[in-house]
Design a protein around this ligand. Sequence first.
Ligand code: ZN
Length: 460
Amino acid sequence: MNQDVQWMQAALELAKQAGEVGEVPVGAVVVKDGKIVGRGKNSPVSGNDPTAHAELLALRDAAQTLGNYRLENCTLYVSLEPCTMCSGAIVNSRIARLVYGASEPRTGAAGSVVDIFSNASLNHHTSVEGGILAEESRQLLQAFFKPKRVNQNPLREDALRPMDEWFEGIPNYPWPANYIANLPSLNGVRLHYLDEGSTPDNAKQITYLCLHGNPAWSYLYRKMIPIFTAHGHRVVAPDLIGFGKSDKFKKAQQHSFEFHRQVLLDFIERLDLQRVVLVVQDWGGILGLTLPMAMPHRFGGVLVMNTTLATGTQALSDGFLSWRAWCQANPDFDVAKLFARGNKHMSAEETQAYNSPFKDRGHRAALHAFPPMVPEYENSEGADISRQALQFWRERWQGQSMMAIGLQDPVLGQAVMNDLRQNIRNCPPPMLLPHAGHFVQEHGQTIAEAAVQHFKLSSL
Ligand SMILES: [Zn+2]
């Protein structure tokens, strides 16, 4: 066997060992008179040492073995082309010959980016040969980086990610998860959404865009989704950041009206949703009703359930103010109990599904952030955009409208909804649900059945 190959295999063995403990797999040996006198494996992470590259460690090891800081008549074998730091050290230690494996196109200092060794005023000693067992080295590096590339959404440091196990076995939610993190506004936080019933030609389908509020998630639409898809429509239902299977900010202050609105705009744009029927309730409407004026060509219909546009020009309802005060007084409130209270027809498993996103207390920042975020005064964040939206619905809205009201809602009930209806152009009299409360979607089957009759593709 070629001597160079034999020594390079020793270097690759060290590279493998580095990779096994989570270091970028690079290894090096120093050889003198047919014997290994120094070994090094890349270890900057474990050593908290930016200089702990395989070559430097091998040089140090060899100098100790030989009892000399000058490594005369030695060859350094390294599995990857050295960086500038290591190349400088190789020259300084008077290594006679450098043999490396794979080239390193981003940082290599033996010809790839710069060439320390060809510089006559720097280097008098070291000859260079590259490409020995290069393929083996490359495969080792690719295998090391591969699992990280598969995980396209590393968790941001200021965010938390709910565990998949928290959602296992919850009833009537069979749909696969979809994730997106690379929207400009998301900046790496991962948003979960359902996307069901889409056909290859989905620009010609009606898309029901279903937006939940606080403290719910896309689970809220489980009774409506199958009805929409059974009629050949597409359903897209995101979980707002902080809710459901989406990432959670660690701090309440990270949430803002403008952030959530921009995420929804970016999301609709990225999925290129067309012929949208906007389905909203609670914060789904407080945010969602401000969207169509920014992209009116995408929206053909709106289905409004217990919600409002908070313009800051009218005092917030007493019902809302008590809800906000109650949330502040009970920061650890049981979300499942809240659903159980107004929905006697729900099973315990169903109400518990609303606790699933919040199994750790650290995940509750959105629950604290949202009630105080409802625009209260004319200069509150979101109030101005909500006033513009109200004007849009009153004067420029061209699409079809439908309204459904849960009459048992003390927060955003019939009075608030009647006000809103006056401001939605051509909105017919509402569908009234005497037994439904704030979370109208828990009685969503009849609403969805009425909606698929009401919204016709031909007119969207
Ligand atoms: Zn280096």
